[in-house]
Design a protein around this ligand. Structure first.
Ligand code: S3P
Length: 181
């Protein structure tokens, strides 16, 4: 990836990307605990800034407006230093999002199988894109379409299958320490 990371090592953010249900939020919490850093969750920031839930933003204004709000939140988060930034699954769709985040830290993309993603995302109805008659088919379709973006915009891919959030956080901490060395 050609974009240069310009932050000093100790100030670099840890940015978590990956599809819905790959565990970004729980891993971010574990990392915050391990490293004594704060978490910025972009979905939460979008909801705070808009004063409404993501489902309501999609319903009232549609996905394009949500993507604009997401880009604003990514830009704001990229200004922060030494944070753990947990992103929404579609953050990789706009190169400007990833350029801003990339310049602020090291990017880890979490992966999981479509079946695991279905299991983890079907516990609630918070994700508008998956409220369809065939969520597994939708997950597979989106994963195929987004795969190159996830792979092409991260420093490390982290397989989450069969691992606890704590184990994943430890794996990321090791890689982050090496990346900064
Ligand atoms: C989305 C992922 C969601 C949220 C929105 C859209 C996506 O975040 O930003 O529903 O396009 O993949 P999570 O990945 O945290 O579920």
């Amino acid at each position: 990836m050609p974009i240069q990371n310009t932050s000093p090592a100790s100030e670099q953010n840890i940015v978590l990307t990956g599809f819905m249900g790959t565990g970004k939020s729980s891993v971010a919490r574990e990392l915050a605990h391990l490293l004594g850093r704060g978490v910025i969750d972009l979905d939460t920031e979008i909801e705070k800034n808009a004063g409404m839930s993501i489902a309501s933003i999609f319903a009232a204004f549609g996905e394009p407006r949500f993507r604009e709000l997401e880009t604003d939140a990514a830009r704001q988060a990229a200004e922060k230093r030494a944070a753990i930034i947990s992103t929404g699954g579609g953050i990789v769709l706009k190169s400007e999002n990833m350029e801003a985040l990339r310049a602020s830290g090291v990017i880890f993309c979490l992966t999981a199988s479509p079946e695991t993603i279905l299991k983890r995302t079907s516990v609630n109805r918070e994700r508008p894109l998956l409220q369809v008659p065939d969520p597994l088919g939708k997950i597979t379709e989106l994963l195929n379409a987004r795969g190159p973006y996830y792979r092409g915009s991260c420093d490390y891919m982290i397989d989450t299958e069969g691992k606890t959030p704590k184990e994943i956080a430890q794996e990321i901490r090791e890689k982050f320490t090496l990346a900064r060395a």
